[in-house]
Ligand binder design. Structure first.
Ligand SMILES: CC(C)(COP(=O)(O)OP(=O)(O)OC[C@H]1O[C@@H](n2cnc3c(N)ncnc32)[C@H](O)[C@@H]1OP(=O)(O)O)[C@@H](O)C(=O)NCCC(=O)NCCS
Length: 230
């Protein structure tokens, strides 16, 4: 069984740990987390072995970036790339309770949790996090480092830009685009395109405010190196 280190011992990391334990797909040997308060502690039965700077010390292990925000996952992937650890060392986790048809594609490093459905010709990029019970319908595209919180529903042909974050239960009308790094509040009904870097919420969704520069996603152009099935 391959060994896996989870990057980030927060909520998503613990959810991924619990889900992978049920599958037996990997042997999880530890977390790496840059919060020094967690070092040498045990989280849900798994040791926090140190910060991400120690990743090079595990040459046979694979990794999975489990931070809840795409910005943080991008930072993790960049940190490991700086040590010569490339995409081929990252795992992809698709819970067995995800319904995924053959015309859909999921990029390296992505996490799809239980109850999510991808209907037809859905393209999910790299290091995307899809939390439980999301519905992605025909021809949707979810770009690298995007995050869909629980219960998000995308109408057909919707596009979620790199690093965008859709809060719990948000719904997106068919054909609508969510710009790179945008934040959509929980429960929103998005009827129009959301420009990159803005925060929208409500029914119908409207702009709340621009994102603070410190929260903006660092990657403005999507990486399309992963395979789009269309
Ligand atoms: C949209 C969001 C980011 C705003 O957070 P915030 O900047 O802390 O905003 P505040 O809570 O200070 O609220 C600011 C205003 O926006 C309104 N607001 C906040 N979230 C809203 C939402 N989801 N829908 C509608 N209005 C919302 C508030 O009522 C408040 O309005 P007021 O100024 O008239 O009182 C946040 O509420 C949200 O939805 N986050 C996603 C949470 C989520 O899905 N988490 C998943 C965890 S796994």
């Amino acid at each position: 069984m391959p060994t896996l280190l989870l990057l980030g011992a927060g909520g998503l990391g613990r959810e991924v740990l619990a889900a992978i334990r049920m599958t037996g797909e990997y042997r999880i040997t530890g977390f790496l987390d840059d919060d020094p308060a967690l070092h040498e502690t045990v989280v849900d039965g798994v040791p926090v072995l140190g910060g991400l700077g120690g990743a090079a010390g595990y040459p046979r292990s694979r990794f999975l970036a489990c931070a809840g925000s795409g910005t943080a996952r991008a930072g993790m992937v960049q940190t490991l790339a700086g040590m010569g650890i490339g995409e081929d060392r990252f795992a992809t986790f698709i819970d067995p309770a995800v319904r995924l048809t053959g015309s859909c594609a999921v990029g390296t490093g992505s996490i799809l949790l239980a109850g999510t459905v991808l209907t037809a010709a859905v393209a999910v990029g790299r290091h995307v996090a899809v939390m439980p019970n999301c519905t992605l319908t025909h021809d949707d595209v979810v770009e690298d480092y995007a995050t869909l919180a629980s219960g998000v529903c995308l109408g057909g042909g919707a596009r979620v830009g790199s690093g965008a974050y859709l809060g719990m239960g948000a719904t997106v009308r068919q054909g609508v685009r969510i710009g790179a790094g945008a934040l959509v509040g929980m429960g929103a009904a998005v009827l129009r395109d959301v420009p990159g870097g803005q925060t929208w919420a409500g029914v119908p969704a409207r702009e709340l405010r621009p994102l603070a520069p410190s929260l903006q996603f660092p990657i403005s152009e999507p990486d399309t190196s992963w395979k789009d099935p269309r």
